[in-house]
Design a protein around this ligand. Structure first.
Ligand code: IPM
Ligand code: MG
Length: 366
């Protein structure tokens, strides 16, 4: 029997309740496969700061380091609550970014997956959605502006100034570009390389490396696309995209636009992969305003489990079964208050009921 340790970081806001539903799915997968999951829960985020004085405690680090994979919920509290945390200990800066660096998860895979059954959530017109959208956005996750040197001060003219640096070396670029080409080989063999080489030197080097790495994947067609134009084309004609690769900041912005295409960031799970570590998280925030109300959809948390099964444990069929189970719950008309308005013909259910229905659907797949 295969045995895997999974660190579970429920996080803040809606994190704990959507994590609970994801764990239900993991339990069913465990029960019906020759696999054992040892789940180790650990504090992370603003709640960890208030309990233990740090949003990414040493004990949590140790659990993550020893785990085969990490399942992380969203973190962050309301504006007022956040104000009580010193700036340098707020969860984005002191937990999420350090987690990414600590595990060296440089490749962030964010699927913008809108099958026909979810098309009604999208603000895009039916003729633009066609028979569905399926884009894999690949974002570099441990370099660029996010991690470059920063300087804040007062300049010679007595003016306050700030300087943030965008730095990549060729190795950092090549490794994420390889991840993208490998995805392309398993998909439609078209890579959109997102850049801004008309302004940024970093994009000039980035594109050079893309061209060099491309030689190892002669079957893949590379299309270079300026990032600003890509934002427009994602609205006008998203179906032209299959795999998109980009640096950290571009990826942060365009992947949220991906959430817009889907109709909600709540429909966006993600995988963060390194050479030896992986963590999985929803792309959305912790929605503290609805935390604890049992109305948040657990889709992106359960979808993150599906990605974990595929990418960390090579359980492809079960991964597919989870995606399908979630689609069928939606196509049966069920939804949650965070995604749908009541009265629009939807059968409104709570977070836990949604999770239960996914589990029931999943049972039918064996
Ligand atoms: C994301 C988030 C994070 C990021 C924040 C919370 C630090 O927006 O995962 O996209 O900017 O990377
Ligand atoms: Mg973001």
């Amino acid at each position: 029997m295969k045995k895997y340790t999974i660190a579970i970081l429920p996080g803040d806001g809606i994190g704990p309740e959507v994590t609970r539903e994801a764990v239900k799915v993991l339990k069913l997968i465990e029960a019906r496969n020759d696999v054992e999951f040892e789940l180790q829960e650990a504090p992370f985020g603003a709640s960890a700061y208030f309990e233990q004085g740090h949003p990414f405690p040493e004990s949590t680090k140790a659990i993550c380091a020893a785990a085969d994979a990490v399942l992380k919920g969203p973190v962050g509290l309301s504006y007022e609550a956040t104000e009580k945390i010193p700036v340098d200990l707020r969860p984005e800066r002191a937990a999420i970014l350090p987690l990414r660096k600590f595990l060296n998860t440089y490749a962030n895979l964010r699927p913008v997956y809108l099958p026909k059954g979810l098309a009604h959530f999208s603000p895009l017109k039916p003729e633009i959605i066609g028979d569905g959208i399926d884009i894999m956005m690949i974002r570099e996750l441990v370099g660029g502006l996010y991690f470059g040197e920063k300087e804040v001060g007062v300049n010679a003219r007595g003016l306050r100034y700030v300087k943030e640096t965008l730095e990549y070396d060729e190795e950092q670029i090549a490794r994420i570009v390889h991840v993208a080409f490998k995805q392309c080989m398993a998909r439609k063999k078209v890579l959109h390389n997102i850049h801004k080489n008309n302004v940024l030197k970093s994009s000039v080097l980035w594109n050079e490396i893309v061209e060099e790495v491309a030689k190892q994947y002669p079957e893949v067609e590379v299309r270079h696309q300026l990032v600003d134009a890509a934002a427009t084309l994602l609205c006008l004609n998203p179906r032209q995209f299959d795999v998109m690769v980009m640096e950290n900041m571009f990826g942060d912005i365009l992947s949220d636009q991906g959430g817009g295409i889907l109709g909600s960031l709540g429909l966006m799970p993600s995988a963060c992969l390194g050479e030896t570590s992986a963590y999985y998280e929803p792309s959305h925030g912790s929605a503290p305003d609805i935390g604890g109300k049992n109305i948040a959809n657990p889709y992106s948390m359960i979808g993150s489990v599906a990605m974990m099964l595929e990418l960390s444990f090579d359980m492809r069929e079960e991964s597919r079964n989870i995606w399908n189970a979630m689609q069928s719950v939606f196509t049966q008309g069920y939804s949650t208050l965070d995604l749908s308005k009541p009265g629009s013909g939807v059968k409104m259910i709570a977070t836990d009921a949604f999770g239960d229905r996914v589990v029931e659907e999943l049972k039918k797949s064996r």
